[in-house]
Design a protein. Structure first.
Length: 562
């Protein structure tokens, strides 16, 4: 059992050395994401970069289209350096075009979940002060409901296949709009199509913005224990560092340059897939984007089309795929790496995946606040049940309730320090001070044990947070929505184990009268919350267990002792 910081650092360093992983990371070549992007575009112009719905953009095409979008933003809008632009897109090739176009124009990107309700969108747009929105036509009607309550001046609307050539573009977009009825009616007072925006920027020059490393690149929203989503300020330096840190770890899987094809079903608006995209882009590799991973039939079919060498997912997805009748036919002979993040990987899912595919799942761990990766299992050293070893230039410790560092083998709150740790929470100094100290240590809220071999194991989740299929759900937000229903006196929300989603949301409700319909409460929640936040289980109670000061004891409800 080792107790001092120097010994802990030595243990972690020795763990890295066993797998040829350096302790440091050199970020000097790339002062920004922009610089890293331009290097990739110039180095690999003819290589495939991103594919969605069967159409591929090369690195060269990505560079040209993002330049057109940057020119449009600079020449045809009133947006200026540092303004925020929201991107509300699923996994389509439009996403990297818009992302890098915005960054090249000097804007800050605010990733927005397309599944958000009007209430959730309004909060995020108001809190971040976004002045422009890029949105998929299929979900634009929701944003249109609240746009007048925001500072948004310009909306750019895109359809599914806008970057595909005709007639393929006409067929896909027409089928979505007129046959499948996937595009509800919407109207914005000032909008332009993405295709028109690109046409306006075509042939025009733009001023190539060169941000300083410490400048804000992405405002990535994450849940808060107060129920209010907070924006984690991720700088260019944060995101570049995490890209290069992960790249060094990926070398242990035999990950090469211009040799990899990764199928990516998880959304790029989530920081997990966002950083995976940066890793593959930096190394000139190819990403096949899956717009709708819930459609497992299409996902399995797409996986079978490509000679993939890597795959990313989370526990929920692994379970769903292993249950699919045609999944065993997918060729995994070239796959060197399957990575898991976003939620805990269960032994059952890992074992079944290995049985069917003959490959390992390498679990990692991270947070939105750490850009996101902190630890990952290295190639040749996979430990089931562990989240792996810390990335290069990443320091970890566990502390007790008094803030004192604990020795190896002792459980405590995991704390992280490194170049990937966020700058702060957007406009929330008090919230920042709760988790980030003057020395740069971030309190994760997760309980962990660091072994004498340098491997880290999570032993308990954040006290109240619920993880549903990789998405964080904070009880206060759901409880607040439930309590607004006239038939609810009070409510408490907890997570209960689920073999597919990891956890389900269970609400304990004190009703205002007899005969309250649980389906009415769910419908009320659906109107205010994204689907994954809606309670699947509702139990009515005469009262809720409380502490002496009146705080609801969620743990007693969760453990079944109340």
């Amino acid at each position: 059992m080792v107790g001092n910081a120097e010994s802990m650092d030595a243990i972690v360093s020795a763990a890295r050395q066993r797998f040829g992983i350096p302790d440091t990371v050199d970020t000097s070549a790339y002062p920004s994401l922009n610089a890293m992007f331009l290097h990739a575009v110039r180095s690999y112009p003819d290589k495939p970069a991103f594919t969605s719905l069967g159409y591929t953009l090369s690195f060269g095409e990505l560079g040209r289209l993002s330049a057109e979008f940057a020119a449009y933003l600079q020449r045809h809008t009133n947006l200026v350096r540092g303004d925020r632009i929201a991107i509300q897109l699923p996994n389509l090739i439009q996403y990297p075009v818009v992302l890098f176009g915005a960054l090249r124009a000097g804007l800050v990107v605010v990733n927005t979940n397309p599944l958000y309700t009007a209430r959730e969108i309004e909060h995020q747009f108001q809190d971040s002060g976004v002045k422009a929105l890029v949105v998929l036509a299929n979900v634009a009607h929701t944003a249109a409901e609240v746009l007048q309550n925001t500072d948004i001046q310009q909306v750019i609307v895109t359809e599914l296949a806008d970057l595909h050539p005709a007639p393929r573009r006409w067929l896909i977009n027409g089928a979505a709009r007129y046959i499948k009825r996937m595009v509800p009616a919407f109207r914005f007072s000032k909008q332009v199509s993405l295709r028109k925006a690109l046409a306006l920027g075509r042939g025009a020059s733009h001023r190539e913005y060169q941000p300083a490393p410490d400048e804000l690149a992405v405002l990535q929203y994450t849940g808060g224990t107060t129920g209010v989503a907070k924006g984690a300020e991720l700088s260019h330096a944060n995101l570049v560092a995490n890209t290069l840190q992960c790249s060094l770890m990926f070398n242990t899987y035999g990950f090469g340059e211009c040799t990899e094809l990764m199928v990516v079903p998880l959304p790029l608006y989530h920081i997990y897939s966002f950083t995976l995209a940066m890793i593959l882009l930096h190394s000139g590799n190819h990403m096949v984007l899956i717009p709708n991973p819930r459609d497992t039939d299409s996902l399995v079919k797409e996986m079978g089309r490509w000679p993939m060498t890597a795959f990313s997912g989370l526990n929920t997805l692994f379970v769903a795929l292993c249950k699919h009748p045609k999944f065993a036919q997918v060729d995994f002979s070239r796959v060197r790496m399957t990575v898991s993040g976003g939620m805990a990987l269960t032994a059952g899912a890992a074992n079944e995946w290995r049985r069917i595919t003959g490959t390992e799942i390498y679990e990692g761990y991270g947070l939105t606040e750490t850009s996101p990766v902190v630890t990952v299992n290295p190639g040749g050293g996979n430990r089931q049940g562990s989240i792996g070893i810390p990335l290069p230039a990443t320091w970890v410790k566990v502390i007790d309730e008094a803030g004192q560092a604990l020795p190896t083998g002792e459980p405590g709150e995991l704390c992280v320090r490194g170049p990937q740790v966020m700058k702060r929470y957007w406009r929330r100094p008090e919230e920042t001070a709760k988790v980030l100290d003057a020395e740069g240590w971030l309190r994760t809220g997760d309980m962990a044990v660091i072994g004498e071999d340098g491997y880290v194991r999570i032993v308990d989740r954040k006290k109240d947070m619920i993880v549903v299929s990789g998405f964080n759900v904070y009880p206060n937000e759901v409880e607040d929505v439930l309590s607004q229903h006239p038939d609810v006196v009070e409510a408490a929300v907890v997570g209960v184990p689920d073999p597919v989603a990891g956890e389900r949301i269970k609400a304990f409700v004190v009703p205002a009268r007899d005969g309250v319909d649980p389906e009415a409460l769910r419908a009320h929640c659906h109107a205010e919350l994204a689907g994954y936040k809606v309670p699947k289980l509702i139990e009515f109670r005469a009262d809720l267990p409380k502490s002496n000061v009146g705080k609801v004891l969620r743990r007693e409800l969760r453990d079944g002792t109340a």
